[in-house]
Write a protein that binds this ligand. Structure first.
Ligand code: GLN
Ligand code: ZN
Length: 769
């Protein structure tokens, strides 16, 4: 086939679409079902209607091939577990009694059966339910849902392509079931799993699927030769089936690397690759294997996980290069559009000019269609779109929002000294000891106290104009008063103000920093029915005025004990926002760091001697490939130091991280040059304390002794036992006593009891020193 005819065949497609609906109808229906207000038929009807609306939107925008099976009541990895019959023993009866209720039981747990564990989907903020497998797992095929979704789309007269989690990724995402040896490798189950996938493929073929997409994003991570061999075997087997649909193996979030030659050789009909951030590497690797002769290449040139308008000319250039490398080139977003909000035109509070820089799922769909048209028919056919796109890009590049000369001058003037504390850690530690006069094993909390209904009501009242800002501030002060007096009474050593004024640890700061935009309807699924509205880091960042000082100083005025100032760090501010893509992340992080540095310095000037800068996202935004880690960690740790290094030696800088598994970044944690770190550790029985010690971590640390993820109250004996374990790794002079994380999701009764026990435990263990 010539390049020209490959182009003429260019089709537009996507791998998935936001599930919730414009008015978050799905969330309402599911939560209604859980509460018994919506029956199963009504829930199913809502789902059917949402799928229809989504497909219509896609088809009307000009998408040639719509995805099916991407829709989910909770999570598509859980759907895959259902499809292959990997139902944990403890949920089997519930699933057999009622498929829908059993499904939600696996997702959310019941009185007697814990839910599946939830974790992040690669480096996104979407969470999936981790499959639980073991040597006894017997897979069985259940293609009902996939077949039904395909049938619904075909009945609407659409060309549809079922999208499934691929077998290799499914196994690589799984973990050993409870009671199974920790070193059990789920990949060993491949031979048992493949016949089930074969059955599902056959069923889909029978139901009318020409193509089926198998998503293998796990292959963009570093993989051993054995794992790559497993992938090769999987696709040799599936490709060798007779009477099957054509197979499109999709990868996204990064480059395929060594997995590319494996998939290029596999007997499948198409590959889908990410040509956004991974464009250069994937292009080179494709050229190196001599392209994909005889195969369909689906090119993800529109970023599926960020919200900026595409550079159409640049994408067309990439697509043009690809034409010579495959039999047929189609156009897509880099990954499912699940990771972006539905429709930018719903935003009424963003200036029209700026709104044109944004592309949510609907706008991305149009971009994909335009690119497919331009690729097939030549740039003349999309001249108007190209002109409009050029205008939007240049308006963005020339805007005062994206280029603030004062911010630019300040970042350019940053020197290495700015990121260095004036004294090395050991000297600072002595100065802090003298200044703070804390007991051994000092007790503290991570920052937030319970976010009560009253607090949420106060915020709603303020928004609705039922109270004015003075009235609101009064309510927050009252809450701070209670939080302080509780901590004093309980005997904690370093107090916090409780973060009552914060809706969210990122949004609160984003709302006060210049350069950030907020959306009204920009909901993105985080997990299940939980949706978040990430702020948009759109421009140069500056801080018009202090953001937290008045709350912290008010709290400090109520007590003689030190009150910790509480900030969200630069890496986390980036990680939980949509970040501008028109400059390196390192530059953006530096701007945020300088704004936060002013806040840190203002807190110190106002008399705060302990300041905590939270970086829970430091570990989770680690790039997928190890060779990219050093560059990331270099700018990430620099941004933290820039935030914190402007204080006096006797001011104590704390940081906090959660979501365990810190072993591989202990050096980076040390490079933050913080004085104290608190970490999640209660569930892993102080594993992190041993990891820190194993790496010779020289600073103070507070591995959590209270698991805040559950309402369960840890007894004083239990907390004391954890502390003693902590002491085996970290000497008493450097060990802190604190919960795993903030208490905002907890209720007061268990918070009270748990913190009282925590203080008792610290007092007991102190007497043993
Ligand atoms: N200071 C924050 C809190 O206590 C930290 C939250 C987090 O680590 N996710 O809520
Ligand atoms: Zn935390």
């Amino acid at each position: 086939m010539t390049a020209k005819s490959a182009a003429a065949a260019a089709r537009a497609t996507v791998y998935g679409y936001p599930r919730q609906g414009q008015g978050r109808e799905l969330k309402k229906a599911i939560e209604g079902y859980w509460k018994g207000r919506v029956d199963a038929d009504a829930l199913r009807a809502t789902a059917t209607e949402l799928r229809r609306t989504n497909w219509r939107q896609l088809a009307e925008a000009g998408i040639h091939e719509v995805p099916t099976g991407d829709f989910s009541y909770y999570d598509h990895v859980l759907d895959t577990s259902v499809m292959v019959g990997a139902i944990p023993e403890r949920h089997r009866a519930a699933v057999e009694a009622d498929a829908l209720d059993g499904y939600f039981a696996m997702a959310r747990g019941t009185q007697d059966a814990a839910p599946l564990e939830m974790t992040k989907w690669f480096d996104t903020n979407y969470h999936y339910l981790v499959p639980e497998l073991g040597p006894d797992t017997a897979f069985t095929a259940d293609s009902t849902q996939q077949v039904a979704a395909l049938g619904q789309a075909l009945a609407l007269g659409l060309t549809a392509r079922p999208v499934l989690v691929g077998p290799v990724t499914y196994l690589l995402l799984a973990k050993p079931a409870p009671g199974v040896a920790a070193d059990f490798d789920p990949l060993t189950l491949l031979d048992r799993l493949l016949p089930v996938y074969a059955q599902v493929l056959t069923d889909l073929r029978t139901a009318g699927a020409e193509w089926v997409q198998l998503d293998e994003p796990a292959l963009v991570q570093d993989r051993t030769a054995a794992e790559l061999n497993t992938a090769a075997r999987a696709y040799r087997d599936l490709g060798g089936l007779t009477d099957r649909p054509k197979l499109l193996v999709a990868s996204y979030f990064d480059r395929l690397g060594d997995a590319l030659p494996v998939l290029a050789k596999a007997p499948v009909e198409g590959l889908a690759l990410d040509f956004t951030e991974a464009a250069a590497a994937n292009l080179d690797a494709l050229a190196a294997v001599g392209g994909l002769p005889g195969k369909r290449l689906v090119a993800g040139v529109v970023n599926g996980r960020n919200i900026w308008v595409n550079d159409l000319e640049k994408s067309l250039a990439t697509l043009g290069t690809l034409l010579g490398l495959a039999d047929r080139v189609d156009v897509a977003a880099s990954c499912s559009l699940l990771h972006v909000p539905l429709d930018a035109t719903a935003e009424r509070d963003i200036e029209p000019q700026i709104l044109r820089w944004l592309a949510f799922a609907r706008q991305k769909t149009t971009e994909i269609v335009t690119l497919a048209k331009g690729l097939g028919g030549g740039t003349d056919t999309i001249a108007a779109e190209l002109a409009a796109n050029r205008a939007d890009l240049s308006s963005r590049a020339g805007s005062a929002l994206t280029h603030d000369p004062a911010v630019r001058a300040r970042t350019a003037a940053v020197t290495a000294t700015d990121g260095r504390r004036s004294q090395p850690y050991p000297e600072r530690a002595a100065a802090q000891r003298a200044h703070l006069r804390l007991p051994l094993l000092p007790t503290t909390t991570i920052g937030s106290f319970p976010q009560t209904t009253e607090l949420r009501t106060a915020r709603a009242d303020l928004r609705a104009g039922r109270i004015d800002s003075a009235g609101y501030e009064e309510r927050i002060r009252a809450e701070i008063g209670e939080v302080i007096s509780f901590q004093e009474k309980t005997g904690l050593d370093v107090l916090v103000h409780g973060e009552a004024e914060r809706n969210d640890m990122v949004q609160y700061f984003a709302e006060q920093l210049t350069g950030y935009l907020a959306t009204q309807h920009g909901w993105v699924q985080s997990y299940g029915t939980r949706y978040v509205r990430p702020p948009i880091l759109a421009g140069d960042i500056s801080r018009p005025e202090a953001m937290t000082v008045r709350w912290t100083t008010y709290a400090q005025s109520l007590t003689t004990k030190p009150v910790k100032g509480m900030l969200t760090g630069p890496v986390t501010m980036l990680a939980w926002s949509f970040v501008r893509d028109d400059q390196p992340l390192a530059d953006t992080a530096r701007q945020v760091a300088l704004a936060l540095r002013d806040e840190v310095n203002d807190l110190e000037a106002a008399g705060t001697s302990v300041i905590q800068v939270d970086e829970p996202a430091l570990r989770e935004t680690l790039p997928l490939r190890a060779s990219d880690h050093p560059e990331y960690l270099a700018w990430a740790t620099e941004a933290f130091r820039l935030t914190t290094a402007g204080v006096r030696p006797d001011t104590q800088i704390h940081t906090h991280m959660c979501y365990a598994e810190f072993g591989d970044i202990v050096q980076a944690i040390d490079d933050l040059d913080a004085d104290v770190i608190s970490l999640e550790a209660a569930r892993s029985h102080m594993q992190v304390a041993r990891e820190l010690a194993g790496h010779g971590y020289p600073r103070e640390a507070g591995p959590g002794v209270y698991d805040i993820h559950s309402p369960r109250v840890p007894g004083a004996d239990e907390a004391a036992a954890l502390l003693r374990r902590g002491l085996e790794a970290i000497p008493a002079e450097r060990l802190w006593v604190n919960p795993d994380c903030g208490l905002k999701t907890r209720a007061w009764p268990e918070t009270r009891a748990s913190l009282e026990n925590l203080v008792t435990a610290a007092r007991t263990v102190r007497t043993e020193l």
